[in-house]
Design a protein around this ligand. Structure first.
Ligand code: FES
Length: 603
């Protein structure tokens, strides 16, 4: 276990990761320190204690929190009066064991690991932007995290709950739920933070237990008490006399004399406006992804959902696997969840990881890419587009071919679609195989068919969803499945138009849902280029459609099919014929150019 450390870099692939960890200088030898606290007693610096939410202070040399591992002090050099030259040095003077070393330095440690579990946790929402609640303006408006410290026996008040303005025990307290969660007004986040309802229920029970007779009110939209035993807890809280009022208050004002908080709320159960006077108001702040999640995402070549949490490989079948092989996710890094769910997911991630570690080898699906050495011209594009860093780039000077790390390749096919030399073959999704499917579909009456490229994970599954829901849509569609929309090469689309297709539809997952991290971005870029090209050739660009259809979007799939069936009817035979001729000419020109270049190179 390496605490007070940060991962700096991760290279390699499943079974062969190399992780560089920065062990931060703590200036106190953790093996010698006995946490006697004598150093902190003489330290003259006092700064707000982050762990206690700023309700108390700590010294520049301190124990980060009571359960810190190792149980040793750490010196924060930013707070210290200065070590070079030493301006104070009191802590070192008083330390009998000579644990303090002002010259300590960060150390970089390299570790070889086979698998990685990402359990990087979450942050909490800062409710300051909800100006109407007056957090930071009214001293007695606090967050649920601050409440947690104030009611905790290990907190700054040793568990005696006080209101911040006068340090007296309040008799009335209110909670506003969903602060920064389930919000559609541009502030906060649209998702449910999962834990806040039960956290508030637990808080009210603690209050009732510590202070019988206290008046507690909870203002809510819905109480989501969905876990085992949660409904009982909610009922117990009600039985203890906690009032649950369905309605979210508007402005919170403060009585300047009593410092009590005044708020008005529309009780949506009774339909009446109610005024409440409270001594303390707690904002049940939501959960947000870690603020440095993007750094973690880049380090481990992961992808994130539109909410910013790390995305799993498959929500139902691989809920703890990351899309990158050998990396697993647990806890709030993946989505907001409570302790029990985090522990369950962590156990699952550990079990998944140990399967790989115990086997000592891994099986990969045969859908990986291969380089054709005769065709490669060392351009290096394949390495640039690979979302998994699975391609070691070529070198034109030394004529070194790119190397595809088969264990790291996930088989999205973006490299094959982008390679200008057609030097990459995707096993099981070779160009010849896909072109043959196009030819078979358009062999008879091509003008009646809607050629659709659908990615395996979302759009194809969306089609399945439409089928199982027995949704009606026209029979013109003919699907070609690729693992990812990133595999759809420009030449597939042009080939289909050359054979007389009236419309070509390319469909894939929504941007944040692509199962191959960022492969879908290449689909978009490629289609943008294709639209331009079609426009220049005098072909209506709207004959090429790009749609993002998720696996649960059977409705959308059927709707798109219906819409495109109408568009097919507007594509005239003349238009189709013109397209076929112009593309045949283009192809002939390109072939001629290629032959010329080859002759010149040979010469
Ligand atoms: Fe569906 Fe990439 S997996 S677009």
């Amino acid at each position: 276990m390496m605490t007070y450390s940060e991962v700096e870099a991760v290279t390699g692939y499943v079974g062969n990761f190399n992780v560089t960890v920065r062990k931060k200088a703590r200036y106190v030898d953790p093996n010698e320190c006995t946490s006697c606290a004598e150093c902190a007693e003489v330290c003259p610096v006092a700064v707000p204690d982050e762990y206690q939410q700023g309700f108390s202070s700590r010294k520049a040399i301190y124990l980060p929190f009571p359960q810190a591992v190792p149980s040793a002090y750490v010196l924060n050099m930013d707070d210290c009066l200065g070590n070079n030259p030493i301006a104070c040095g009191k802590c070192a003077d008083v330390c009998d064991k000579n644990c303090i070393d002002y010259d300590d330095q960060d150390k970089l440690v390299n570790i070889e690991v086979g698998v990685i579990i990402t359990a990087t946790g979450m942050d909490v929402y800062d409710p300051t932007e909800y100006d109407e609640y007056g957090y930071t303006r009214h001293e007695n408006v606090i967050t649920s995290m601050e409440f947690e410290r104030l009611i905790c026996a290990g907190g700054p008040t040793e568990g005696h709950f006080i209101r911040p303005s006068d340090r007296k025990t309040p008799q009335t307290i209110g909670f506003i739920q969903c602060v920064g969660s389930r919000s559609r007004d541009g502030r906060g986040n649209p998702y449910c933070s999962n834990i806040c309802c039960m956290n508030t229920v637990k808080d009210t029970l603690l209050l009732c237990d510590h202070y019988p007779g206290i008046e507690a009110k909870v203002f809510y939209m819905d109480i989501r008490a969905f876990g085992k035993g949660f409904e009982d807890l909610y009922m117990r809280s009600k039985e203890e006399g906690v009032k649950y009022i369905r309605g979210i208050p508007g402005d919170v004002t403060e009585d300047p004399e009593t410092r009590n908080l005044l708020l008005t709320v529309e009780n949506t159960t009774t339909g009446k406006l109610e005024n409440h006077e409270l001594e303390v108001l707690v904002l049940a702040q939501g959960v947000i992804p870690r603020r440095d999640n993007d750094r973690i995402r880049k380090l481990l070549t992961l992808s994130t959902t539109s909410d910013g949490f790390i995305m799993e490989s498959h929500p139902k079948l691989k809920p703890v696997d990351a899309p990158t092989k050998g990396i697993y996710i647990a806890g709030c890094a993946e989505s907001p969840k409570d302790v029990k769910d985090s522990v369950t997911q962590a156990s699952a991630a550990a079990a998944r990881a140990s399967i790989l570690l115990n086997a000592g080898k891994t099986k990969i699906e045969a859908i990986t890419s291969q380089i054709d050495a005769d065709k490669c011209n060392f351009c290096g594009i394949c390495a640039q587009v690979c979302p998994y860093n699975a391609i070691v780039s070529s070198d034109r000077k030394t004529k070194r071919l790119p190397v595809i790390i088969q264990a790291a390749c996930a088989g999205c096919g973006a490299c094959a679609a982008e390679c200008p030399q057609d030097a990459i073959t995707m096993r099981h999704f070779r160009d010849e195989q896909i072109l043959a499917q196009i030819e078979a579909i358009l062999a008879v009456e091509p003008h009646k068919h809607l050629l659709t490229f659908a990615c395996n994970w979302c759009s194809y599954a969306g089609g399945d969803d439409a089928g199982t829901a027995r949704l009606q849509y026209p029979t013109a569609s003919r699907l070609i499945r690729t693992m990812c929309s990133g595999r759809v090469d420009q030449k597939f689309v042009l080939h289909a138009f050359k054979l007389g297709a009236p419309i070509v539809l390319v469909s894939g997952c929504h941007f944040s849902d692509c199962h191959y991290i960022s492969a879908v971005h290449w689909t978009q870029k490629r289609m943008d280029k294709l639209w331009n090209k079609l426009d220049k050739l005098g072909v209506r660009p709207d004959r090429l459609r790009l749609e993002w259809i998720s696996a649960a979007d059977g409705q959308k799939f059927a709707k798109v099919m219906r819409e495109l069936d109408d568009v097919i009817k507007n594509v005239t035979m003349d238009e189709i014929e013109y397209t076929m001729n112009v593309l045949a000419e283009e192809e002939a020109k390109a072939k001629e150019k290629k032959t010329k270049t080859r002759v010149e190179v040979q010469a």
